[in-house]
Design a protein around this ligand. Structure first.
Ligand code: 13P
Length: 338
């Protein structure tokens, strides 16, 4: 294992003011997003969309890396250039989603465990050959009647750590993503308790399985009230609850934290990230780890709506993506103004 190379890549992923563009939707998920704005659900549209995102001029001012789906890691531009080469030439590090999705956890109604460990070592070797330098695996936990259970949390934490150890063995920086969903009517406080518990279990497993914290990136949910909760807390309350969980459960050695957006509106996700970074600026302190973004929907959605599958809107869509990327760059610095 080349420890220094892992550390260098992890640090480059959270270089000052920069974050990640998550564009790794599975085919089913991207088709749902296309359908929501009336775009045809075809391979041609998928290729055109991912080419548009990856070729946005100036994206590397605020984006350090892009998480791709298997299909996109293998995609070529109309002139035959691999999309990966385009990204790398622009100073954007290519990454790859390697999990195979959350599947029902036997004996635990309503809970899932993420699959994809069988044969993962061989798949990772292929992805390294194709140019990936980091990987992503998403575990999904939901809050509800008695959920998540201890078993549900442990099963997902164990799988995340097995994936992370395999990635580091292959020379890929693992993004460890335990997502506590926003669905439900639970309070901010309940989300905080669950998130903190999940993070403790995940880091226990990462430690037990020998994962190098300096060579990994954590991609957590922000601590937010459920979408159906009557009380929707302020950005400051969300920032405080999120920071409290992270400070209690995440070792300072971890290279960086890049939040998922999880269905928050693009502006809310940015404002909350900004509120967290402002907390530190206001006391002239540094957080133990860079607090950045790895947004999917919150970066892509305005651009997707602007594009609408129409080539005539290509440049306007790229401008919409650049705008969100710049807003999030400002939020990482604690300088975002809505
Ligand atoms: P969202 O920001 O849309 O939640 O997507 C991030 C991601 O990569 C989910 O795995």
């Amino acid at each position: 294992m080349n420890t220094q190379a892992l550390i260098d890549t992890a640090q480059a992923m959270v270089a000052e003011g920069k974050g990640l563009l998550a564009m790794d939707e599975s085919t089913g998920t991207i088709h749902k997003r296309f359908a929501s704005v009336g775009i045809a659900q075809t391979q041609e549209a998928r290729h055109a969309w991912r080419d548009l995102l990856a070729s946005t001029p100036g994206l590397n001012a605020s984006i350090s890396g892009a998480i791709l789906f298997d299909e996109t890691l293998r995609q070529q531009r109309p002139d035959g250039t691999p999309l990966v080469s385009l990204l790398t030439a622009a100073g954007i590090i290519p990454g790859i989603k390697v999990d195979l999705g959350a599947k029902p956890l036997a004996g635990h109604p309503g809970e899932t465990v993420t699959e994809g460990l069988d044969g993962l070592r061989a798949r990772l070797a292929t992805y390294v050959d194709l140019g990936a330098r980091f990987a992503k695996w998403r575990a999904v936990l939901n809050i509800g009647d008695g959920r998540p259970t201890r078993t549900g949390i442990e099963a997902n934490a164990h799988a995340l750590a097995r994936y992370a150890a395999l990635c580091q063995e292959a020379g890929l920086v693992p993004i460890v993503e335990p997502e506590v969903l926003m669905d439900g009517d639970h309070s901010l406080e309940r989300c905080r308790v669950v998130t903190e518990e999940v993070l403790h279990r995940v880091f226990g497993q990462l430690h037990a399985q020998g994962v190098l914290f300096e060579g990994m990136v954590l991609k957590p949910n922000m601590v937010v009230p459920g979408l159906g909760c009557a009380t929707q807390d302020s950005d400051e309350a969300v920032a405080d609850a999120t920071l409290q969980s992270l400070l209690r459960a995440v070792p300072a050695a971890v290279a960086g934290i890049t939040f998922l957006s999880g269905g928050q509106s693009d502006e809310l996700a940015t404002a909350r990230l900004n509120a967290m970074n402002r907390r530190f600026r206001s006391v002239s302190a540094q957080p133990p780890w860079p607090l950045s973004f790895s947004f999917g929907r919150a970066l892509q959605h305005p651009a997707l709506a602007a594009w609408a599958g129409n080539a005539a809107n290509h440049d306007a869509a790229q401008q919409a993506l650049l705008h969100r990327a710049h807003c999030n760059h400002a939020a990482v610095l604690g300088e975002y103004k809505a």
